[in-house]
Design a protein around this ligand. Sequence first.
Ligand code: SF4
Length: 141
Amino acid sequence: MLRVIGRHLKQGFQLKSVERSENRVRIDLEFQSPDGRDRLHEVKSARELTDVHKIQAALYWDGDGNHEVVLSNGSTDIVLPREYLEKVHREAEATTAFLRDFPDEATIAFRPNPAVCRYCGNDRCPFLQRNDQFQSSPVGG
Ligand code: SF4
């Protein structure tokens, strides 16, 4: 977190908030760029930034075209393209609608993913009862 702050202050960004809660998310860092745009950062301690991290960051976006959404770690800042943010939001809305409208089907629609299953709290998942390979220790972030 401190490295990301230092990097941005050197580039002329102003720090606006740290770990601000808004709606359903907690925004790790918020900066204002020298030209006045807001930049929202999801900050990870992991050395390697993954697709799951990108999706987490993309969920910061509220459809405001003036906001940049950035995934950061100690050495890197990835500005997520607008098209990617729109795609993640379309998929999130479809998933939310599926969970809301078809709860019975959702309880048996298991989609194992090693990057996600290790954090999942669904102890009734039949996949995990048959396989413990995704129960390894969590990665950073
Ligand atoms: S543990 Fe089961 S319910 Fe959870 S994400 Fe993995 S497959 Fe889905």
